[in-house]
Design a protein around this ligand. Structure first.
Ligand code: AMP
Ligand code: MG
Length: 312
């Protein structure tokens, strides 16, 4: 069972130090308990997917203490500025294009050129961010397909030592996930209903929101077509070696142009996956051959993403 500490200056300092050192910390927010990791650190972010047993890489929400910090990572248009000013802090995540110099791990965006960002209202979360001084990637702190946790003991019951610490801030006041609003295209789109009501959003935006997946007859904006990242270069899997002109993305003993993890560690491979695919995609190979990756642990999520990329 993961260790629980109530909120004090000392536990906040410990949690901040653990986050900075690349460990997982569960933190209270007003929505649900989050499973937090340093969003600048690929390996720390990969640990989130491993701990949750996620079968695929969905992009994660990045939590920051204020709008000035958010602007370092996400490009705010006028509408986003207005929504942020009116509804943050609160249970609302906004999807925006990553900035040119964005230092966030590519894994938090699952390889996309957008990022979902949020300023939580919880005073506990904000106190932690102020001390840690890093952006924190945090999905709900539950195993995949289990209920979202609204109390510290829900988290502790479900995780062992892979979560270094659970900060206990009492029950969550909202108890629902954040609403996810995509403002990365010209069509403001509700990606997920949650703690901020659609009516409240529409009042601030001044027009009805499109809903992802329900407006199938309307023309889709480019952002909605590419919710999953895939390289432009054709990709094939389970390749023991590359053919002429191809890059080889290695794993374990199969070395290549780049190697996802020379020691055959799936968490390390997940941490490198999107960065390496982007790098190989920019090198003008005729194809990307990927070495076999065993279907165990994060290997499931890695192969899921590679299969989608290979089918394109
Ligand atoms: P969770 O982190 O479990 O609270 O879930 C995050 C939600 O935000 C999921 O529904 C994601 O698909 C969505 N999301 C996060 N980042 C992005 C993004 N860059 N583009 C689209 N959806 C996103
Ligand atoms: Mg969740």
């Amino acid at each position: 069972m993961a260790r629980i500490r109530s909120i004090t200056d000392a536990s906040i300092a410990e949690a901040a130090a653990l986050l900075r050192a690349g460990e997982l910390v569960s933190l209270p927010t007003e929505t649900v308990y989050g499973l937090g990791a340093n969003a600048l650190d690929d390996t720390a972010v990969a640990k989130i997917y491993a701990a949750k047993n996620r079968p695929s890489f969905n992009p994660l929400i990045v939590h920051v203490p204020d709008v000035a910090t958010a602007r370092q990572y996400a490009q705010f248009n006028d509408l986003a500025e207005h929504v942020a000013e009116t509804l943050w802090p609160g249970p609302l995540s906004i999807v925006l294009p990553r900035t040119e110099a964005c230092a966030l791990s590519k894994l938090v965006s699952a390889g996309l050129d957008t990022v979902a960002i949020r300023i939580p209202a919880s005073p506990h979360a904000r106190r932690l961010f102020a001390v840690a001084d890093i952006p924190v990637a945090a999905p709900s702190a539950n195993k995949s397909n289990r209920l979202s946790p609204t109390e510290a003991r829900h988290v502790a019951d479900n995780f062992g030592e892979e979560v270094s610490l659970v900060l206990d801030g009492g029950p969550c006041t909202v108890g629902l996930e954040s609403t996810v609003l995509d403002l990365s295209t010209d069509t403001p789109t509700l990606l997920r209903a949650g703690g901020t009501a659609q009516e409240a959003l529409e009042a601030v935006i001044g027009r009805p929101l499109a809903r992802a997946g329900t407006d199938d007859h309307s023309p889709k904006s480019p952002g909605m077509l590419s919710r999953h990242y895939a390289p432009r270069t054709p990709l094939r899997m389970n390749a023991p070696h590359a053919e002429d002109g191809e890059a080889l993305l290695g794993f374990g003993a199969i070395d290549g142009t780049l190697n996802l993890s020379p020691s055959g560690d799936a968490t390390e491979a997940a941490a490198n996956l999107f960065r390496y695919l982007h790098e190989l995609d920019a090198m003008n190979f005729t194809g990307i051959a990927v070495a076999p990756i065993p279907e165990e642990g994060l290997g499931h999520a890695i192969n899921d993403r590679l299969r989608r990329a290979a089918q394109k």
